[in-house]
Design a protein around this ligand. Structure first.
Ligand code: NAD
Length: 360
C-alpha cells in the first residue's frame, strides 16, 4: 500500500499541477512508454498489469523493472477484478485513469476468441465499474484502434465516419469498448476519451507485430513475409510510439473532470497521416538495421486485416495540438538501436525469449 501511495505522489515538478494516474496494461508496449513519460514530467503514476503470456513475459517484466527504477510501481492484477481496481483507485486517489490493458492483435483471435471478449469487453466493464464507484471518479483516457474503421472506403479516416462494419473480432471488441464508454458517460457522467491508435511502432515493441518479426527474420537471415491481397499490398499509417505518447498526454491534460456538469465523451484518431506500403516499410527497416531483407510475397490469409489505414488527425490537433513529428526513417532508427541493445546485450534472441519464458 505504501508503494502504491508513493508511486502515485506527484513530485512537484509541474508546479503542483501533477496528476495522480492509474495506468492499466503498464507492462505493455504503449502503457510502459506512457507511464514513463508521465513520471518523467512529475506526475504520480501507478501501473497494473496481469503479465499474461500472449507474448514472452520476460519482455513485460523487463519493462516493469525499468519503470520501477524510474519510481513507477506495477501492481500485478487483473482489470476485471472490480474490487481490486476500486481499491487501487482509492489508494492512489487517482485523478485520471489510462486504460491500455487489452488483448491486442488482429490475427490471434482466430485461435483465442474468448480472450478478446474477456480482456477487452469484460476488462473494460471492470474498469468502468471501479471508476464509477470511486468517491471522486477519475477521468478516463482509453485505447481504441484504427481497426474500428473496418474496410472503410473514405480516406483519410475521420472520427465522424460511420464505424459499423468491423473486419475482425478484435475490431468488434474495440468498438464495443467505445460503446461501453459512451454508456458510462451518459449514465454515470464519467469523463471518457477514446484514442484510436494507428499501427504503433518503436522501442520495446510487441513481438507479435510485423515490424518485430521482420527485424527478427532479417537478423536471422530468414525471408520476410509480405502479405498481398489480389496483387495489392497492405499499407499502414505507421505511427511512432513517441508521437502516440505525446497524444495520450495531450488527451490527459485536456480531459474534463467526471462531473455531471463538465464530463464529456471524446474520441480522437492518433496516427501519422502518411500511410506506406509494407514493402516501403521493409526498405526503411533495412536502412535502419543495416541489413538486407529477402522479400517473400504471400497472399494475405483472411484473418481480418484491412488493406489500408490512414488517419485524419485534425480533431486531436485542434483539441490538444497533436501533430506527429517523427518520420518513419527516424522512428525506425530509434527502434533499431533498442532492438540491438535489448536482444544483443547478453546474446539472447527473440527465439530464446520465447523458449525460456515462464508463464506467471
Ligand atoms: P500490449 O499487449 O503490449 O499491452 C497490453 C498490456 O495489457 C499487456 O502487458 C497485458 O499483459 C496487459 N493486460 C491484458 N489484459 C489484462 C487484464 N485483463 N488485466 C490486466 N492487464 C492486462 O499491447 P500494446 O500494443 O501496448 O497496446 C496497448 C493498447 O493499445 C491496447 O488497448 C491495444 O488494443 C491498443 N492499440 C495498440 C495498437 C498498436 O499498434 N500497438 C494499435 C491500436 C490499438
Amino acid at each position: 500500500e505504501d508503494r502504491v501511495r508513493k508511486s502515485c505522489t506527484p513530485d512537484g515538478g509541474r508546479g503542483g499541477a501533477g496528476m495522480r494516474v492509474v495506468i492499466t496494461g503498464s507492462a505493455g508496449f504503449i502503457g510502459y512508454h506512457v507511464a514513463g513519460a508521465l513520471k518523467g514530467r512529475g506526475d504520480g503514476v501507478v501501473g497494473i498489469d496481469n503479465f499474461n503470456d500472449y507474448y514472452p513475459v520476460s519482455l513485460k517484466a523487463a519493462r516493469a523493472q525499468g519503470l520501477e527504477k524510474a519510481g513507477v510501481y506495477t501492481v500485478r492484477g487483473d482489470v476485471r477484478d472490480v474490487e481490486m481496481m476500486s481499491r487501487l483507485i482509492e489508494l492512489c486517489r487517482a485523478t485520471h485513469v489510462v486504460h491500455m490493458a487489452a488483448q491486442a492483435g488482429v490475427r490471434y483471435a482466430a485461435s483465442q476468441p474468448m480472450q478478446y471478449v474477456d480482456y477487452n469487453v469484460a476488462g473494460s466493464v471492470g474498469l468502468f465499474e471501479a471508476v464509477k464507484a470511486a468517491e471522486r471518479p477519475p477521468a478516463v483516457v482509453y485505447a481504441s484502434s484504427s481497426s474500428v474503421y473496418g474496410r472503410n472506403v473514405k480516406v483519410p479516416f475521420s472520427e465522424g465516419d460511420a464505424v459499423v462494419h468491423p473486419a475482425s473480432l478484435y475490431a468488434a471488441t474495440k468498438l464495443a469498448v467505445e460503446l461501453l464508454a459512451e454508456v458510462y458517460h451518459s449514465l454515470n457522467a464519467l469523463s471518457v476519451t477514446g484514442l484510436r491508435f494507428f499501427t504503433v511502432y518503436g522501442p520495446w515493441g510487441r513481438p507479435d507485430m510485423a515490424y518485430m518479426s521482420f527485424a527478427r527474420a532479417m537478423v536471422e537471415g530468414d525471408p520476410v513475409r509480405i502479405f498481398q491481397a489480389n496483387g495489392a499490398e497492405l499499407a499502414r499509417d505507421f505511427t511512432y510510439v513517441g508521437d502516440i505518447v505525446a497524444g495520450v498526454l495531450g488527451a490527459l491534460d485536456t480531459a474534463p473532470p467526471s462531473t455531471r456538469e463538465l464530463a464529456e465523451n471524446r474520441l480522437f484518431n492518433l496516427g501519422n497521416t502518411r500511410p506506406v506500403t509494407v514493402t516501403e516499410f521493409v526498405t526503411e527497416l533495412e536502412a535502419a538495421l543495416g541489413l538486407e531483407a529477402q522479400r517473400k510475397f504471400v497472399p494475405v490469409p483472411n484473418l481480418g486485416d484491412v488493406l489500408l489505414t490512414h488517419a485524419n488527425v485534425s480533431a486531436a490537433g485542434s483539441a490538444f495540438g497533436y501533430s506527429p513529428q517523427t518520420p518513419l526513417s527516424e522512428g525506425l532508427r530509434y527502434f533499431a538501436r533498442w532492438y540491438f541493445e535489448y536482444y544483443g546485450a547478453d546474446g539472447h534472441t527473440m527465439a530464446d525469449d520465447e523458449r525460456n519464458y515462464k508463464p506467471v
